[in-house]
Design a binder for this molecule. Structure first.
Ligand SMILES: *Cc1c(COP(=O)(O)O)cnc(C)c1O
Length: 433
């Protein structure tokens, strides 16, 4: 066989990032004034926002603040399909995660099940905006408040999404965003917490202050080391965020994990149980503040690209494109990724194994519904999954497509052709869902 032309080889080696997160730039590190917290508040249209070292740390602060208000309430209702860190945070706070199913082919909590699960032992309900898509918060608020429970909006993946012109995170009692790699914009790891309830915001602020200013010297030192490590990681990320290097830094690892059949490792779902809690230092706040100036323009560029590409996906028989909840009519989500559902797991896996880490921008968000992870068996019994059939079917059929501009039109069209082939030719494949 003759060797492939050079340009083709080069193309194969370039990897688009799995999401359209805002790229970091070298100039973000130039010295300058910055007040990241105030700038985030302005971006979100709130008076005050709180900065944390991760979305998980923000959730921990929110849960600890609520726990202090209602110590007898020990249960936290979370989606049966969500980031495992959410469950880890609940356990970290000494609380019990309770799984609620989602509506079929939707990210909205199943209202009837939520109503059954919610009672006077419920501390909080955590409805979640996945992939920038706005989900139904109002229903969760109605059900939770009727039982005296609070609503924490998990907007980790939805920085910049709005409901009726207001940022997500303000319909519930507390909202938080993630500034981790691959989310909207990044400090490598970071988080933001907001609330329209001033007293609640203050209580969360006190919790964050305790996280960030521990009294013990060993903890203070530990915090500085974490921030130093994250700063080095953000610098490395700034340097590596180019298509050729991403192949080396990201896709190679994905292909290795997939070759070993380890989807959980490929998706990075094997999280540590230790939640680092520390301050975000000056250098990262400076870099973040510089990057944030580019975010509005970047979000609108991603929105345009998604609008242009959605019709191509919707035209493929068997492909369902997920979007903002119909229960949130005035919502305007963001488009870091395009999330599609395929007819069954066999078809999804066929596409995934031919495309993930191979330059076509596909990946998974989270591999399983929470009870289906071997590594979290101590938190969830496998039987709990049976109570969440919709979340499970969602996890099995979901494919995430990067909406980074680096997934150029030819690659996107190659992926569409693959999806078309999978859904038309592979219909004989056994339905596993
Ligand atoms: C990433 C994520 C989190 C946790 O945020 P970190 O900043 O990574 O700690 C929580 N919930 C969801 C839905 C997420 O995607």
């Amino acid at each position: 066989m003759s060797p492939q032309p050079r340009s083709d080889v080069a193309k194969q080696r370039a990897e688009p990032p799995p999401t359209g997160g805002l790229p970091a730039r070298a100039r973000d590190w130039l010295p300058g004034r910055s007040d990241l917290t105030a700038e985030l508040a302005r971006f979100l249209g709130v008076e005050r926002a709180l900065l944390s070292c991760s979305g998980t740390a923000a959730l921990v602060a929110a849960l600890d603040a609520l726990k202090a208000r209602a110590p007898a309430r020990r249960k936290v209702i979370i989606p049966a399909y969500t980031c495992p860190l959410v469950a880890i945070a609940v356990v970290h706070c000494g609380l019990e995660p309770i799984l609620c199913d989602l509506l079929p082919d939707s990210f909205d909590l199943e209202p009837e099940q939520l109503e059954q699960l919610c009672n006077n032992a419920t501390l909080a309900v955590v409805p979640t905006h996945f992939g920038g898509h706005v989900s139904d918060i109002a229903t969760a608020v109605r059900i939770a408040h009727a039982q005296g429970a609070w609503v924490i909006e998990d907007a980790a993946q939805a920085l910049g999404a709005t409901i009726d012109g207001h940022s997500v995170g303000l319909t519930g009692d507390i909202g938080f965003f993630s500034l981790a790699v691959g989310k909207g914009m990044t400090l490598f790891e970071g988080g933001v917490l907001i609330s329209r309830d001033e007293a609640l915001l203050n209580a969360c602020g006190q919790q964050l202050h305790q996280q960030q200013h521990p009294s013990r010297w060993s903890h203070k030192l530990g915090g500085l080391l974490w921030d130093g490590r994250r700063t080095a990681e953000l610098i490395a990320y700034t340097l590596a965020y180019r298509p050729r290097l991403l192949n080396w830094a990201y896709a190679r690892e994905v292909r290795r994990a997939l070759a070993e059949g380890d989807l959980v490792a490929a998706a990075g779902d094997d999280f540590s149980r230790q939640i680092p809690l520390h301050r975000v230092g000056y250098l990262r706040r400076r870099a973040g503040s510089s990057a944030l100036q580019r975010l509005p323009e970047w979000l609108s560029q991603c929105y345009q690209q998604a609008q242009q590409r959605l019709p191509l996906l919707r035209a493929i028989d068997g492909v369902t494109v997920l979007s903002d909840s119909p229960q949130a009519p005035a919502a305007q989500g963001t488009w870091p990724v395009v999330i599609v559902l395929l007819p069954n797991q066999a078809i999804r896996d066929w596409v995934l194994h031919r495309s993930w880490g191979k330059g076509l921008g596909t990946s998974l968000m989270f591999v399983h519904a929470l009870p289906d992870y071997e590594c979290y068996r101590d938190i969830f019994a496998a039987e709990e999954g049976e109570q969440a059939p919709n979340a499970r079917r969602l996890a099995q059929r979901m494919l995430v497509i990067s909406n980074s501009p680096w997934l150029d039109q030819p690659r996107f069209e190659r992926l569409c052709a693959m999806l078309h082939r999978a859904t038309s030719e592979a219909r004989e494949l056994p339905a596993t869902a």
